[in-house]
Design a protein around this ligand. Structure first.
Ligand SMILES: [Fe+2]
Ligand SMILES: [Fe+2]
Length: 273
């Protein structure tokens, strides 16, 4: 599969749930978990969105990359289902969190919209993953199986980060460039708005399960972690904004150094079974 190497790793989170696994920091853990909880459904959505277009793809290299993408996302989805089961056993209302996310994805009615939203969500996961691999100290003090899962996931997100956009470019080739750009960036705007809604919905449920009032103080503590200390959203912002460049192509840039370094580290963590 070339640069895309599916790793069939298992982290066993369902059997070893850990409350506030990130330094015992409730808000920081909530911010990661409330994004992660959307992944099993989201990753199945990505696979379906790309598979629909596979018969239209003529480039055998791209077809091979798409198959690597499906396999990586299927492994991620499986491990994140275990992660969600762990959250559920700790008392968080995962059923409602997942249902909310699934309903939002279900509202997307056309195949081209599903593809454009997949491109947007893949860019968001790449942004988050890139931040994590560049600043692994963000996971200092994390419970080890959770840290290993996120690093493994982040590496594979970087490996397949250009696949959805390559499919988009191939199937939209007959549209004028300005239309392709507009559709792609409008889908990103809509996706950011939708993800924010799901995030707020899930954070509220998460806080309530922990007996914390999801009011002004909780919101301030979350915003502080997102934008000030450690400020992981702010760290990723310059990379995120690259998506708005006309002709944006994620395949190049600094990918190789980061991916090569983490391939060695993830491969030697001993978490594979
Ligand atoms: Fe993934
Ligand atoms: Fe992905």
């Amino acid at each position: 599969m070339g640069d895309i190497q599916p790793r069939d790793y298992r982290f066993g989170l369902a059997d070893a749930p850990k409350r506030h696994w990130l330094r015992g920091d409730m808000e920081l853990t909530a911010l990661v978990d409330c994004f992660g909880v959307l992944l099993p459904e989201g990753e199945r959505f990505f696979i379906r969105s790309l598979k629909f277009y596979e018969p239209k793809i003529e480039d055998p290299m791209l077809i091979e990359e798409m198959r690597g993408f499906y396999q990586q996302e299927a492994f991620h989805s499986r491990e994140h289902a275990g992660y969600n089961a762990a959250m559920s056993s700790l008392g968080y209302d995962v059923t409602r969190m997942e249902a909310f996310g699934a309903a939002l994805l279900g509202d997307i009615k056309t195949n081209s919209s599903r593809l454009a939203v997949t491109c947007a969500l893949e860019h968001l996961t790449t942004t988050f993953s890139r931040t994590l691999l560049q600043r692994p100290d963000l996971l200092d003090g994390a419970h080890e199986p959770y840290r290993d899962l996120w690093l493994w996931h982040a590496l594979e997100e970087l490996e397949h980060r250009s696949v959805a956009l390559e499919v988009y470019a191939a199937v939209m080739v007959r549209l004028p460039a300005w239309k392709r750009y507009l559709f792609r960036t409008m889908a990103m705007n809509m996706t950011v708005y939708t993800i924010a809604r799901a995030y707020i919905h899930n954070l509220k449920l998460y806080a309530e399960a922990d007996g914390v009032k999801p009011g002004f103080r909780f919101t301030m503590r979350c915003l502080r972690r997102m934008f000030i200390s450690p400020g992981f959203i702010l760290m990723g912002l310059p990379y995120f904004l690259k998506y708005y460049r006309p002709g944006y192509d994620p395949a190049g840039a600094d990918r190789k150094g980061l991916v090569q370094r983490w391939r060695t580290l993830v491969g030697s963590r001993g978490t594979a079974v």
